[in-house]
Design a protein around this ligand. Structure first.
Ligand code: GYE
Length: 354
C-alpha cells in the first residue's frame, strides 16, 4: 500500500511536472489532496509542559488537516519510555512516516534503527539527539547519529542561549546602572533535553564561562551565575525553584535567565512574594516569545524574550510529503526567529500567533 502511495505521488510529481514544460508547477503540498489514500503519520509529542508546547501541538494538528495527512498523535507525558512505545506501535501499524520530539537527547539509537529497518522515514522535530549536528553525514556511517533520522526541523538552541546572553550584555548595565558585577540566577529546562543543554551552553559560551560549569564568572568579570537549577520548563516548578532562590539569595540576584517563558512567568510571582520588583530590581530574560511573555513585558514585569518558533506543523507536513515523493529536503530546516523586549513588545503583540 505504501509503495503504491509513493508511486502514485511520484507519478503525480512527474505528470504535474510534465504539464509545466519540465518544471514542476504543482505545489507539493497539494499532492495528497483528493487522493483515495492519505499519508499516515505517527507523531510522538513529549507532553504539554508549556505554552510553547501547546502551540506546537496545535500547529501540527492543524497542518495535518490542511495537508490531508492522517495523524496518529501520541502524548508521552514527558516520559521517554512512552515515546519508545509509541514509535514501536507506529512501526507495527506500518505508518508511512514518523515524526517525534525527543524529550531527552540520549537513548534513541535502537528505536531509530528499527525505523530504518522498517524503511520508515523519521522527522526529528524541535529537539535533537545527542551527537547530531543536524548536517548530512557520510552515507552509510551508522556510528553518526545524523544517519539515524531522515530530517530535523527546529531551532538552534545554542544560538538562543547566545542571544539571551547578548541581550543581557547589551541591556543590563543600562537597566541596573552603577554595579560592577551582576549576579545571575538561572532556571534550566528539562535536564538532558537539547533545549536545556543548548541554551545552557550557548549562554555560557557568550559570557566566556566554561560550558560544563553550572556557576561561574564571565571572562570580563562582570557577570556571575550564582544559582542554576532545573524548573522542568513549567510555570509551577519555575515558581517553586525561584521561591527557594529568593529565600537563599533573594537580595543579591540581579538577573534571572530562564530557559523558557513559562518558568520566567512562574518566577515573577515568587519574586513579588519575596518583596522585590520583577522587571526592575531583577531583570528577567526568557526564551520562546509566547503570548504570556508579551503580556508580562507590556506590564513591565519581564524584560526580554528570545523567540523560539513552535509553529512547526506546516514544515513537518511539507517535509513529509517531499520525503515520501522522493524529493530532496535539507537535513536541517532551521526556524526563523527574532528577539523581543519592552521596546518592541506592544507593537508586535497583536500579530503574535502563539
Ligand atoms: O522552549 C519550552 C518547551 O523544546 C524548544 O520545550 C522546546 C522547549 C520550549 O516546553 O517552552
Amino acid at each position: 500500500m505504501k509503495k503504491l502511495l509513493v508511486c502514485l505521488l511520484a507519478v503525480s510529481v512527474l505528470v504535474l511536472g510534465a504539464c509545466g514544460g519540465g518544471k514542476p508547477k504543482a505545489d507539493p503540498n497539494d499532492l495528497t489532496r483528493g487522493m483515495d489514500r492519505k499519508i499516515v503519520m505517527g507523531y510522538s509529542q513529549i507532553g504539554a509542559e508549556s505554552e510553547w508546547r501547546t502551540a506546537c501541538t496545535n500547529s501540527v494538528k492543524a497542518a495535518a488537516e490542511e495537508w490531508n495527512i492522517e495523524l496518529i498523535f501520541s502524548d508521552a507525558q514527558q516520559k521517554q519510555e512512552n515515546q519508545l512505545q509509541a514509535i514501536r506501535s507506529f512501526i507495527q501499524q506500518k505508518v508511512d512516516i514518523i515524526a517525534f520530539t525527543p524529550v531527552v537527547e540520549t537513548g534513541w539509537e535502537a528505536i531509530l534503527k528499527e525505523c530504518l529497518d522498517a524503511k520508515i522515514p523519521t522527522i526529528c522535530v524541535d529537539r535533537s539527539i545527542q551527537g547530531s549536528d543536524r548536517q548530512a553525514a557520510n552515507p552509510g556511517d551508522m556510528n553518526d547519529p545524523d544517519n539515524w533520522f531522515t530530517a530535523f526541523i527546529g531551532s538552534d538552541m545554542e544560538q538562543e542561549g547566545n542571544r539571551a546572553a547578548q541581550w543581557m550584555i547589551n541591556n543590563v548595565p543600562n537597566l541596573l546602572p552603577g554595579k560592577s558585577v551582576y549576579n545571575i540566577a538561572e532556571l534550566q529546562g528539562t535536564v538532558g533535553s537539547s533545549a536545556q543543554t543548548g541554551r545552557f551552553k550557548g549562554f555560557r559560551d557568550t559570557l566566556g564561562i566554561p560550558s560544563a560549569d553550572a556557576t561561574g564568572t564571565s571572562s570580563d568579570g562582570k557577570y556571575k551565575i550564582i544559582l542554576s537549577q532545573t524548573g522542568n520548563f513549567t510555570r509551577a516548578e519555575g515558581n517553586q525553584v525561584m521561591e527557594a532562590f529568593m529565600k537563599s539569595d533573594g537580595a543579591s540576584i540581579d538577573v534571572l535567565f530562564a530557559h523558557n517563558d513559562d518558568m520566567a512567568i512562574g518566577a515573577i510571582g515568587a519574586i513579588q512574594e519575596a518583596g522585590r520588583v520583577p522587571g526592575k530590581d531583577i531583570v528577567i530574560i526568557g526564551i520562546d516569545a509566547v503570548k504570556g511573555a508579551f503580556e508580562a513585558m507590556i506590564a513591565g514585569t519581564m524584560n526580554a524574550s528570545i523567540e523560539c518558533n513552535p509553529l512547526l506543523g506546516p514544515q513537518v507536513m511539507d517535509t513529509a510529503v517531499k520525503l515520501l515523493t522522493g524529493q530532496t529536503v535539507p537535513k536541517w530546516v532551521v526556524s526563523q526567529e527574532s528577539d523581543y523586549d519592552q521596546a518592541n513588545a506592544a507593537e508586535a503583540y497583536p500579530s503574535r500567533q502563539y
